[in-house]
Ligand binder design. Structure first.
Ligand SMILES: [Zn+2]
Length: 678
């Protein structure tokens, strides 16, 4: 699970007001990084903002550790084009054409049309394809088809006519469609299923697959495209020699180098298993790898590299390619280990039905890490926290690794906008609470969500994995459940007892204010007028907020305030609100434990999808005053190895890219290992 979209919090409610001490400390640790490039915002266009992040503490790593980081980032980038092709079957052809125009066009570059072309290309780069990375809607160019034809013509760029038309017509309008009435697969442009394959056929195909050990279900469908060949459904497996083989071979090459400089035996073993999985495509090896990776906790360097999150598959089987390379942040990790250490206390005190509680919460680990490089699904738009592996049985038997991406959060923090917060808070008290405790509350809620939330609760015996039982509602239900665990416990004196905060009530109040404000108001800035809420995390924040608002109405727990035609929410009773969070948590866990699809549907459709049109209009109007873009993403620092005469690496420097477009073009040129059609 990732927390990519939790970021909207920061935009809306200013959770990341910078803490002066922390800032100073990290600045002291990064003397030579990015000479002049210390401003955080690289560029802003459309609804997007590109930031940069630093790698504090790089110089404290040994050369061997730096090499490991370098090899892993190279492995990550080598698979970049996989994500493009997964997102849409014509993305690579379109990117090649757009980049050819961009780099060779000799005509008028001051015209409105050319500017619109540049913005369009940047938006496509940002989203790893022609569909918006968050809304999933096809990005419509701000120029006419005739102008595009002219550009193609004048630059001698070749692009299939039908593909060029797709940029401007209604075809393939949505990357991931979760409205079952339109057909989940039929309505989705994502490149995971061949033409004409129905939802029912996919269900039937995977219903037949049996794992050798039913207690350890394999992740069927995770690493392949399902196509019809000679009338029969077959998987085109993503592996060396298979689909995406050319890129996967490059990944393998870098992973082999990484294995040579592994920090310890366990880490080396895990890398070996990952290589074996990429070679064979064998899903048993994938599980073996995940177990080994989960147990390799000793090193200072860690990484994610493979087909992981299934949010982009409307059927929830296929993983998007992703890579994140991480360096341990020792200081923050120590604090968070405190939470993990007391996981059983939280499970015992959770407001769950007794039969849904785990007797032994196993191996919860949480770390704040420093990101050194990202690729695929994690770039340019990045998660701020990751909790893996995803397979429930591995999580139960072997635990999981949960990390918060510290330097990414700090970069958001420093580029954050406080003016929007001012606009949407109900009163001065709320503003001051947010400024004083919002950042800490956000960090703590993330930690609780990841460490305690995703680890908590168990399925009833015989109930299948949630993707089978709760289907398209599985992701949003799980994210909401983890959020609720965090919301419930953040107002527990235990948090203070553990030494994590000085005043737990104020921290919790700031967090409750921020959550409700975001769930009922400010996250709507990311939604186009008239649209339903679709994205899993956005849905969960709305169904959690709307449910407690409605259930607390008779006691006026949360009050809707109208002032000068503007809408605000004021929390009158924080303790009652906590009780309501507890009740909803209990119910959400019951739904998960029993696999109650109808209840999940009623909850999500009833509270998480539809938007009050008047409030939405109002929020969009109020938001116009703020320049800050709705979504942020990052360029990656560039790791530059220095070599001696024998070609041995003697040092690795961290630099920053010149610009967003420079990095994107560099990536296409140096990591473009796939043909335009796969
Ligand atoms: Zn989560």
């Amino acid at each position: 699970m990732n927390l990519k979209t939790w970021i909207s919090f920061s935009l809306a409610c200013g959770l990341f007001f910078s803490c002066a001490d922390e800032k100073k400390e990290s600045q002291e640790k990064k003397p030579e990084v990015a000479e002049k490039k210390t401003d955080h915002v690289v560029e802003q266009f459309a609804d997007l903002r590109v930031l940069r992040y630093q790698i504090p503490g790089w110089e404290n790593l040994t050369l061997k550790e730096q090499k490991l980081v370098y090899y892993l980032t190279q492995a990550g980038l080598s698979g970049r084009d996989i994500m493009w092709d997964q997102n849409y079957r014509h993305n690579l052809a379109i990117r090649e054409a757009l980049e050819h125009i961009y780099t060779t066009y000799q005509g008028d570059k001051s015209s409105k049309d050319w500017k619109a072309f540049e913005v369009y290309l940047k938006r496509v780069w940002f989203s790893n394809g022609i569909h918006h990375h968050y809304s999933n809607d096809k990005i419509m160019p701000g120029f006419e088809k005739a102008y595009f034809d002219k550009l193609l013509d004048e630059t001698g760029t070749v692009l299939d006519r039908t593909i060029a038309e797709v940029l401007f017509n209604d075809a393939d309008a949505k990357k991931v469609n979760l409205d079952a009435s339109k057909g989940l697969i039929k309505g989705s442009a994502v490149n995971f299923y061949g033409p004409g394959i129905s939802d029912d056929e996919v269900d039937a195909f995977y219903a037949k697959m049996k794992s050798p050990d039913p207690a350890k279900p394999l992740s069927f469908g995770l690493n392949s495209k399902l196509v019809r060949e000679d009338g029969k459904l077959v998987e085109k497996v993503w592996k060396s020699g298979g689909m995406y083989g050319a890129a996967i071979d490059e990944i393998i090459g870098w992973l082999e180098k990484a294995q040579e400089v592994a920090e310890n035996e366990k880490q080396g073993k895990a890398l070996g298993l990952l290589i074996g999985y990429y070679r064979s495509g064998d899903l048993q090896k994938w599980d073996d790898y995940n177990v080994a990776w989960t147990e390799a906790t000793e090193g200072n360097i860690d990484y994610i590299n493979s087909f992981i999150e299934v949010y982009n598959d409307p059927k929830g089987y296929r993983g998007s390619y992703e890579s994140i390379v991480q360096i341990k942040d020792f200081e923050m990790s120590a604090k968070m280990e405190v939470l993990a250490h007391h996981a059983q206390w939280f499970e015992d005190h959770a407001p769950l039905m007794p039969e849904h509680k785990k007797e032994n919460v196993v191996g919860v680990s949480y770390k704040t890490v420093i990101v050194a490089g990202e690729a695929g699904d994690a770039s340019p738009s990045t998660p701020i926290g990751v909790n893996l592996p995803n397979a429930n049985w591995i999580r139960t038997a072997h635990g999981s690794k949960s990390v918060s991406l510290g330097n990414i959060i700090e970069a958001y923090n420093n580029a954050g906008s406080g003016d929007r917060l001012k606009e949407f808070v109900n009163d001065k008290e709320e503003l001051e609470l947010a400024r004083a405790y919002g950042q800490l509350g956000g960090k703590l809620h993330t930690a609780l969500h990841e460490v305690i939330g995703h680890a908590s609760g168990k399925l009833n015996p015989g109930v299948g994995e949630t993707k089978e039982t709760l289907k398209n509602y599985a992701s949003t239900l799980e994210e909401g459940r983890a959020d609720l665990v965090g919301l419930y416990f953040i107002m527990d004196p235990k948090i203070q007892e553990l030494g994590l905060v000085d005043d737990y009530r104020k921290v919790a109040m700031a967090e409750y204010d921020g959550y409700i404000r975001n769930g009922l108001l400010t996250q709507l800035i990311r939604l186009e007028p008239g649209k339903d809420v679709e994205e899993a995390h956005m849905r969960n924040r709305q169904w959690v907020s709307a449910w407690v608002y409605e259930k607390g109405k008779k006691d006026n727990v949360i009050e809707q305030v109208k002032r000068n035609g503007m809408t605000y929410y004021n929390i009158n009773d924080y303790d009652k609100l906590r009780e309501l969070f507890g009740q909803l948590l209990r119910e959400t866990q019951r739904i998960k434990s029993e696999g109650d699809y109808e209840a999940a549907k009623a909850l999500v459709e009833g509270y998480g999808v539809k938007v009050d049109q008047d409030i939405h209009r109002e929020v969009l109007e109020r938001n116009k005053a703020f320049k800050s873009a709705s979504y942020s993403g990052f360029v990656n620092p560039v790791l530059v190895p220095e070599t001696d005469e024998a070609g041995e690496i003697t040092a690795i420097r961290v630099t920053q890219p010149e610009s967003f477009e420079q990095q994107m073009l560099w990536y296409s040129e140096n990591y473009g290992f796939l043909p335009v059609e796969n």
